[in-house]
Design a protein. Sequence first.
Length: 235
Amino acid sequence: MAKKGKRYQEIAKKVDKMKLYTPEEALDLVFDTKSAKFTETVELAFRLGVDPRHADQQVRGTVVLPHGTGKNVRILVITSGDKIDEALKAGAEYAGDDEYISKIQGGWLDFDLVIATPDMMPKLGKLGKLLGTKGLMPNPKSGTVTTDVAKTVDEFKKGKLAFKVDKLGSIHVPIGKVDFDKEKITENFKTVVDQIIKLKPDTSKGQYLRTVAISLTMGPGIKIDPLLVNSYVSK
Protein backbone atom coordinates (compact mmCIF):
# COMPACT_ATOMS: atom_id res chain seq x y z
CA MET A 1 0.00 0.00 0.00
CA ALA A 2 1.35 3.44 -0.98
CA LYS A 3 2.39 5.63 1.91
CA LYS A 4 0.31 8.77 2.35
CA GLY A 5 2.12 12.11 2.12
CA LYS A 6 2.84 14.33 5.11
CA ARG A 7 0.17 16.80 4.09
CA TYR A 8 -2.48 14.07 3.99
CA GLN A 9 -1.32 12.69 7.33
CA GLU A 10 -1.71 16.12 8.94
CA ILE A 11 -5.19 16.50 7.47
CA ALA A 12 -6.15 12.99 8.59
CA LYS A 13 -5.38 13.89 12.22
CA LYS A 14 -8.45 16.13 12.16
CA VAL A 15 -10.70 13.10 11.62
CA ASP A 16 -11.36 10.58 14.38
CA LYS A 17 -11.56 7.24 12.57
CA MET A 18 -13.41 5.65 15.48
CA LYS A 19 -16.09 8.32 15.75
CA LEU A 20 -19.49 8.42 14.08
CA TYR A 21 -20.10 12.10 13.41
CA THR A 22 -23.46 13.80 13.21
CA PRO A 23 -24.36 14.97 9.69
CA GLU A 24 -23.85 18.60 10.80
CA GLU A 25 -20.37 17.84 12.20
CA ALA A 26 -19.33 15.90 9.10
CA LEU A 27 -20.51 18.61 6.71
CA ASP A 28 -18.46 21.16 8.66
CA LEU A 29 -15.39 18.99 8.96
CA VAL A 30 -15.17 17.96 5.31
CA PHE A 31 -14.22 21.53 4.34
CA ASP A 32 -11.21 21.32 6.70
CA THR A 33 -9.77 18.26 4.95
CA LYS A 34 -8.56 19.96 1.77
CA SER A 35 -5.17 18.56 0.80
CA ALA A 36 -4.95 18.88 -2.99
CA LYS A 37 -3.95 21.81 -5.16
CA PHE A 38 -6.92 21.22 -7.48
CA THR A 39 -10.58 21.79 -6.61
CA GLU A 40 -11.59 18.51 -5.00
CA THR A 41 -14.98 16.85 -5.34
CA VAL A 42 -17.14 16.24 -2.27
CA GLU A 43 -18.18 12.57 -2.35
CA LEU A 44 -20.77 10.56 -0.49
CA ALA A 45 -20.38 6.82 0.05
CA PHE A 46 -23.05 4.43 1.31
CA ARG A 47 -23.04 0.76 2.21
CA LEU A 48 -26.58 -0.54 2.12
CA GLY A 49 -28.31 -3.46 3.77
CA VAL A 50 -29.13 -5.14 0.46
CA ASP A 51 -27.91 -8.19 -1.41
CA PRO A 52 -27.26 -6.98 -4.98
CA ARG A 53 -27.17 -10.58 -6.22
CA HIS A 54 -30.96 -10.55 -6.03
CA ALA A 55 -32.83 -8.56 -8.69
CA ASP A 56 -35.41 -7.38 -6.17
CA GLN A 57 -32.69 -5.80 -4.01
CA GLN A 58 -31.06 -3.69 -6.69
CA VAL A 59 -30.92 -0.01 -5.82
CA ARG A 60 -30.69 2.06 -8.95
CA GLY A 61 -32.03 5.45 -9.91
CA THR A 62 -31.42 9.11 -10.68
CA VAL A 63 -31.38 12.29 -8.67
CA VAL A 64 -31.23 15.94 -9.68
CA LEU A 65 -28.84 17.88 -7.46
CA PRO A 66 -30.29 21.34 -6.77
CA HIS A 67 -26.83 22.90 -7.17
CA GLY A 68 -25.26 20.46 -9.64
CA THR A 69 -21.93 18.69 -9.22
CA GLY A 70 -19.66 21.51 -10.34
CA LYS A 71 -18.38 19.28 -13.12
CA ASN A 72 -19.02 19.54 -16.83
CA VAL A 73 -20.34 16.11 -17.82
CA ARG A 74 -19.21 15.09 -21.30
CA ILE A 75 -22.24 13.53 -22.93
CA LEU A 76 -22.40 11.19 -25.91
CA VAL A 77 -25.83 10.63 -27.45
CA ILE A 78 -26.31 7.57 -29.64
CA THR A 79 -29.21 8.39 -31.94
CA SER A 80 -30.03 9.13 -35.56
CA GLY A 81 -31.77 11.58 -37.87
CA ASP A 82 -33.01 14.91 -36.52
CA LYS A 83 -32.31 13.88 -32.93
CA ILE A 84 -28.58 14.26 -33.58
CA ASP A 85 -29.02 18.01 -34.03
CA GLU A 86 -31.43 18.14 -31.06
CA ALA A 87 -28.82 16.54 -28.81
CA LEU A 88 -26.02 18.84 -29.95
CA LYS A 89 -28.15 21.97 -29.56
CA ALA A 90 -29.08 20.85 -26.03
CA GLY A 91 -25.39 20.72 -25.08
CA ALA A 92 -24.19 17.18 -25.81
CA GLU A 93 -20.50 17.05 -26.75
CA TYR A 94 -21.05 14.22 -29.22
CA ALA A 95 -24.08 12.79 -31.04
CA GLY A 96 -24.40 10.23 -33.82
CA ASP A 97 -24.95 6.58 -34.59
CA ASP A 98 -22.71 3.98 -36.26
CA GLU A 99 -19.69 6.27 -36.38
CA TYR A 100 -19.52 6.56 -32.59
CA ILE A 101 -20.33 2.89 -32.02
CA SER A 102 -17.32 2.03 -34.18
CA LYS A 103 -15.12 4.53 -32.32
CA ILE A 104 -16.05 2.95 -28.98
CA GLN A 105 -15.27 -0.51 -30.37
CA GLY A 106 -11.86 0.89 -31.26
CA GLY A 107 -11.24 1.96 -27.67
CA TRP A 108 -12.49 5.55 -27.65
CA LEU A 109 -14.03 6.49 -24.28
CA ASP A 110 -13.65 10.27 -24.13
CA PHE A 111 -17.01 10.86 -22.44
CA ASP A 112 -18.66 10.59 -19.00
CA LEU A 113 -22.23 9.60 -19.89
CA VAL A 114 -24.00 7.83 -22.75
CA ILE A 115 -27.62 8.58 -23.63
CA ALA A 116 -29.39 6.55 -26.31
CA THR A 117 -32.74 6.47 -28.04
CA PRO A 118 -34.60 3.12 -27.80
CA ASP A 119 -34.15 2.32 -31.50
CA MET A 120 -30.34 2.36 -31.05
CA MET A 121 -30.21 -0.07 -28.12
CA PRO A 122 -29.97 -3.23 -30.31
CA LYS A 123 -26.84 -1.78 -31.91
CA LEU A 124 -25.37 -0.93 -28.51
CA GLY A 125 -25.75 -4.54 -27.42
CA LYS A 126 -22.37 -5.35 -28.94
CA LEU A 127 -20.79 -2.80 -26.57
CA GLY A 128 -22.36 -4.31 -23.46
CA LYS A 129 -19.15 -5.64 -21.93
CA LEU A 130 -17.12 -2.55 -22.71
CA LEU A 131 -19.64 0.03 -21.53
CA GLY A 132 -21.20 -2.11 -18.80
CA THR A 133 -17.98 -2.66 -16.86
CA LYS A 134 -17.46 1.11 -16.74
CA GLY A 135 -21.03 1.87 -15.75
CA LEU A 136 -21.69 3.66 -19.03
CA MET A 137 -24.30 1.42 -20.64
CA PRO A 138 -27.58 3.32 -21.19
CA ASN A 139 -30.49 1.97 -19.16
CA PRO A 140 -34.14 3.07 -18.84
CA LYS A 141 -33.93 2.89 -15.02
CA SER A 142 -31.11 5.43 -15.00
CA GLY A 143 -32.96 7.72 -17.39
CA THR A 144 -30.37 7.33 -20.12
CA VAL A 145 -32.61 5.59 -22.64
CA THR A 146 -35.09 8.14 -23.91
CA THR A 147 -36.91 9.55 -26.92
CA ASP A 148 -36.60 13.11 -25.57
CA VAL A 149 -32.87 13.56 -25.98
CA ALA A 150 -32.89 17.36 -25.67
CA LYS A 151 -34.62 17.33 -22.28
CA THR A 152 -32.46 14.48 -20.99
CA VAL A 153 -29.20 16.13 -22.05
CA ASP A 154 -30.31 19.38 -20.41
CA GLU A 155 -31.17 17.61 -17.13
CA PHE A 156 -27.83 15.82 -16.88
CA LYS A 157 -25.97 19.01 -17.74
CA LYS A 158 -27.78 20.80 -14.91
CA GLY A 159 -26.92 18.22 -12.28
CA LYS A 160 -28.90 15.03 -12.79
CA LEU A 161 -26.98 11.95 -11.64
CA ALA A 162 -27.51 8.27 -12.29
CA PHE A 163 -26.34 5.83 -9.61
CA LYS A 164 -26.39 2.08 -9.02
CA VAL A 165 -25.48 -0.16 -6.11
CA ASP A 166 -22.34 -2.19 -6.82
CA LYS A 167 -21.73 -5.86 -6.07
CA LEU A 168 -20.59 -5.00 -2.54
CA GLY A 169 -23.80 -3.14 -1.75
CA SER A 170 -22.17 0.28 -2.02
CA ILE A 171 -23.08 3.51 -3.79
CA HIS A 172 -20.73 6.43 -4.44
CA VAL A 173 -22.14 9.81 -5.47
CA PRO A 174 -20.45 13.20 -6.02
CA ILE A 175 -22.37 16.05 -4.40
CA GLY A 176 -20.39 19.11 -5.46
CA LYS A 177 -17.00 20.77 -5.21
CA VAL A 178 -15.09 21.92 -2.15
CA ASP A 179 -15.41 25.54 -3.36
CA PHE A 180 -19.22 25.31 -3.00
CA ASP A 181 -20.53 26.97 0.14
CA LYS A 182 -21.79 24.71 2.94
CA GLU A 183 -25.45 25.50 2.24
CA LYS A 184 -25.22 24.15 -1.32
CA ILE A 185 -23.37 21.00 -0.25
CA THR A 186 -25.92 20.46 2.52
CA GLU A 187 -28.88 20.75 0.13
CA ASN A 188 -27.22 18.36 -2.34
CA PHE A 189 -26.45 15.96 0.54
CA LYS A 190 -30.06 15.92 1.72
CA THR A 191 -31.38 15.44 -1.81
CA VAL A 192 -29.17 12.41 -2.49
CA VAL A 193 -29.81 10.74 0.87
CA ASP A 194 -33.56 11.31 0.59
CA GLN A 195 -33.65 9.67 -2.84
CA ILE A 196 -31.61 6.64 -1.75
CA ILE A 197 -33.88 6.15 1.28
CA LYS A 198 -36.95 6.30 -0.98
CA LEU A 199 -35.47 3.54 -3.14
CA LYS A 200 -35.17 1.05 -0.26
CA PRO A 201 -36.34 -2.33 -1.60
CA ASP A 202 -39.29 -3.92 0.20
CA THR A 203 -37.20 -7.07 0.54
CA SER A 204 -34.37 -5.29 2.37
CA LYS A 205 -34.48 -6.38 6.01
CA GLY A 206 -32.80 -4.86 9.04
CA GLN A 207 -30.80 -1.64 8.90
CA TYR A 208 -30.85 -0.20 5.38
CA LEU A 209 -28.20 2.52 5.73
CA ARG A 210 -25.32 0.47 7.16
CA THR A 211 -22.58 3.07 6.72
CA VAL A 212 -22.52 6.63 5.42
CA ALA A 213 -19.33 8.61 4.84
CA ILE A 214 -18.36 11.90 3.27
CA SER A 215 -14.94 12.84 1.92
CA LEU A 216 -13.02 14.94 -0.55
CA THR A 217 -11.32 13.37 -3.56
CA MET A 218 -7.95 13.18 -1.80
CA GLY A 219 -9.16 13.37 1.78
CA PRO A 220 -9.94 10.90 4.57
CA GLY A 221 -13.43 9.47 4.95
CA ILE A 222 -15.59 11.03 7.65
CA LYS A 223 -18.06 8.48 9.01
CA ILE A 224 -21.58 9.70 9.69
CA ASP A 225 -23.90 8.01 12.17
CA PRO A 226 -26.45 6.36 9.84
CA LEU A 227 -29.09 6.36 12.59
CA LEU A 228 -29.07 10.18 12.58
CA VAL A 229 -29.30 10.65 8.82
CA ASN A 230 -33.06 10.12 8.49
CA SER A 231 -33.99 12.80 10.99
CA TYR A 232 -31.42 15.22 9.58
CA VAL A 233 -32.73 14.87 6.02
CA SER A 234 -36.33 15.41 7.15
CA LYS A 235 -35.54 18.70 8.88
